[in-house]
Each structure stands twice: as structure tokens, then as C-alpha cells.
Design a protein around this ligand. Sequence first.
Ligand code: URA
Length: 444
Amino acid sequence: MRTVDLIQKKRDGGELSREELAFLIQGYTSGRIPDYQLSAWAMAVYFRGMSARETADLTLEMAASGDTVDLHSIAGVKVDKHSTGGVGDTVSLVLAPLVAAAGVPVAKMSGRGLGHTGGTIDKLEAISGFKVELTQEQFVDQVNRHGVAIIGQSGNITPADKKLYGLRDVTATVNSIPLIASSIMSKKIASGADAIVLDVKTGSGAFMKTLDDSIALAQAMVAIGTEVGRETVAVISSMDQPLGVAVGNALEVRLAVETLKGHGPADLEELCRTLGSHMLVLGGKALDTEEAREMLSELIAKGYALKKFKEFVACQGGSPSFIDQYSLLPTAKHVVAVEAPVAGYVAAIEAEGIGVSAMLLGAGRETKEAAIDLAAGLLLRRKIGDRVEAGEPLVELHTNRTDPKLLDEVKRRVLEAYRITDTPVEPPQLILAVVTKDGVERVG
Ligand code: URA
């Protein structure tokens, strides 16, 4: 087999066989096939797409490219959740203890943030003492004893995806439905989940900008899950503005605690309830999503979800005292308001611009090796639909950086991300569709 023939076949709209995909993925992972040839293939996939069968085969090849996690010694249906990437996406910090409190075991591997998107592992490191590295035995043991563990991706899980994702990032081939679907699903399959709930973001701050493309991505991932016997449900939610009100590691931890106390922002609460309800149904703890939603509301109202969060923090070595005293979290020295230049109604908040602003304040990293400031980030004081008067704060910047040029640049970016109009604006609908193996249900 020759790599150039496979590139040509895809370039001309052909369908690669399992053996051909195995040749490409194994060859690339081992270093035998160079970046430039895989780039050409990825670009051909970008334009030509892949059949459902090809996408499933690519996923399985990538899942098999490294270690796989065996969760069989954990009793119950292990349901994992994965987001396609957003800004202010505090969901995992809320959902993990919440669904664990309902009796669904959560054995989760999460990632770090890169660029304008955050990562759960960085957020957890804002908690003093919290250990994000556990051995496989400790990980399984903790889930068996406490029902929940979240660790960083350890070992050599899906090295093919790691390498290919890095290549796609610099060759303008990220936004391809089969490549995103196989990237996400290969990691979920390798990390051992029995069932998967996907949080597919759509809109200006997401990889997929339109609802139709997001539904197509969701359908591709549900088809892969179904093909490999892992029941998969995808919820499509709006990323036309950041989720919740906090962007930045310690700020998001604090918001997660507020949400578990029942005082979270409406959109974050709603998304957690929707995703959580599907996790409870897949985990066999509720008959339908209505029943599951009530269970989740009760777990928050009665304080069980917060209690599980405390237990989770403590058993991973963290000190839970910050839950009652937020000043124990990393706190920025400076809080700077970005004020509305005119009065009106917030019509748009471009999520990527807000994510990049948080990164510039120190909350995120531009390169994988960069250090981050866990205290840095921003709080949104106004969201779409809110009224604001001129001079009132739109956003609070939390930062330890004092360079006036940098702060001016961040303020400029924040103001560019906000659009204010004279006429009242309806907040965007949050949950737009649910995709299962039985079809697509559009909401509203
Ligand atoms: N998240 C992933 O893990 N992979 C992609 O390709 C896009 C988002």
C-alpha cells in the first residue's frame, strides 16, 4: 500500500477500507507517514467527507492506537459526558457530583484548556491540594467507594488523535464533521464508558456554526456509538454567548459551587439538568428524562449534590473549606470593570472573543507548555437580553497583570465581543435539539 494512492483515492471522492485507514493511522502514529502526507489526506477528508462506515472505522483505529481503560470492575453503567468545547463551560464540575449523587458512577478523564477554551483539569487545580493524577487502581477504587473521580488523561490514550488533532489545528482541518466525530468518540471509547452523553455546542463560539451542521455532527457521533455498542445521546446547545457568567479557572469553580447550592445562572443550571437527565436514564436510574430532571432538582435542593462534591474534593486530596469561604480559592489582585459605552440591550456576546480575553488575562494558555494563572478570568455582568445603562459594567476582569497596554487590549476585545442595540432582545434558546439513535428531536 502507498500513502499517496490513499490520498489520491480520498481526493477523488473514494471510500477508504478499514485496512487502508489502519495503514494511515498506524503509519502516522508510528512516525512512518510524515505530517505533510497526513495533512493532505485530512484536507481531502475536509472537502470530500467520509461515509458513516469510514468514520466508524477511523474512530476504532484511533481508539486502538494506544492504551484503553478497563472500567469493568466498577459496578453499574458508567456514563461519560463530553463537550465539543465552549467558553465558560463549567458543566463537568457540576454534573459529575450531581449525577454521582443520583447513583450513576462517574469515572471521568478530562483535559486541559488550550487557546480560548477552558479545561476541567485546570479548573480542578484551582482547588488547594486537589490531585488530578491517580493510578488506574486508585481511580477505579475511588469510583467504587465514592461514585466519582475525575483525572487528567493519563497513559497513552489515543496517541493517534493527539497527533492528528495537533496537525489539524495548524492545517485548517479542524472543522470537519467526520474528523471531529472520530476524534471525540475515539477518546470516549478508549476511556471505557458504557454510554455517552454529548454536549454539542452550536453557534458563533462553537466549531459548528449552524444548527444543521451541529445536528450532522451529533448524528455522526451517535452512529459511531451505536455501531460500537455504546448508547450515545447528543444534546445540541447554543454557544451564541458564553455559558454561565464565569470564564476562568477559580471563578468557574466558585460558580460550580453556587450552582450546586442552587444559586447558579439559569442557562448553566438548565444545561446541567438536561445533560444530567439523559445520563440518569442511560445509567438506569430514571425511567424518563422528566423523572430524572425532578430527581436532579431534588438532589440540589436537599444539598446532596453539594455534599457529594465535598466528598469528591476531599477524596482527591483537596481541601473542601473553600466551599464555605471562596477567598480560599486563588483570587486575583485586581478587578477591573469594562463599562458599557452606550445604553441599550445586549444583543450578542461573541464567545470566542470573551475566551481569548480570559486567556490574555492569564486564564488560558496559547501553547501547551504555557503556565496559567488560576485566579485570572472574567465575570459577565450582562448577558444577551439584559438592559444596560452607559457606564454600567458589562464585564469584570479578574487579573494579576498590570500592564496597561494589555488591559486596554482586553477591554477592546471585550467591547468588540458585545453588541448593544436600542431595541429589546430575547435571550437565545439554549437547548436546540436532542439526537439519539431513533432520530432528531428539535426543541421549541
Ligand atoms: N474536540 C475534540 O476532542 N476533537 C475535535 O476534533 C474537536 C473538539
